[in-house]
Design a protein. Sequence first.
Length: 325
Amino acid sequence: MTFDRTEQLIRDAFVDEAAHAVDSGEVLANLHRSRPPRRYGLALVTAAVVVVVAAVATFVVPKVFERSSPQVGDDQRQTATVSARNVVVVGVDPHGYTDSIVLVQVRADRSVSLLSLPRDTWVQSPEGTRTKLNHIYSSFGAGPLLDTVRALTGVPAENYAIVDTAAIAGLADAVGGVPVCLRDAVSDERSGADFRAGEQIVAGPAALAFLRQRHGLPNGDLDRMVRLQAFLQSLVTTLRGADVSAALDAVRTHVETDPALDLLGFAQDLVGATAVWFGTIPIADPNLSTPEGDGVVAVEPARVREYLDNLLGTPPATDDVPCVN
């Protein structure tokens, strides 16, 4: 048997992480204390967390378990189920505000969905007042954010993961760039986005620019959410042929989870995913004005829950590069 030094280092890292339980309050406090000032306004939520999970699930977990666990017959692999998991993945900017929220669901039938919730969704706060969804975490904390997502979607979300933006440029570089496709050429000084129409590869600062742009897009921040979904879809596909250890190194210090979330177990659940869906909750009014004159996104919980109930009846994601605004 050939000794794989990279695999051994990754396995040792998992063992070391498992031996250190961390208090959730301490995790959040350290995250805010240690985060250096950054200019990036958009927190790119799912990219770092789900890429780590996908990388571990696709490349690391099968190798580790085929050597350390009893062999399982093919029939058992095909019929095995997983424990349902519902994780709210949030992205925080340098000031602690939540700019992106994604609900990740792993079902017992091994299907997975990633549902974007607009940051400006108009919801009820723990105090009974109305506020934007991205204000819940910054004003009340992760627990109330989970409660709010549960009330909105009807999904019993149990865990959360917090991501910052710093990993994105390095992550895109680590996989040799990420394929994206634009319907039209764009040029935006605020985000630095300057791209031609059609399919192309983005990496480093260009990847951040692609994901930060909202000005000049037909649907503003909603189009930016769709770009994130398209980027993530291509990124996960690209990881299949990439240097996974480099990808893991690129995001290692930029993801924090609550102590109850077993990230490796989450990855194991994704190993045999039968299908993956990306989506955005249905929007009743993207430009609702509050009494104070703020623009918010109006949603109807009943429609959100109906959408979730019917999501599995739609075509799942493919390996094709989706074209977006």
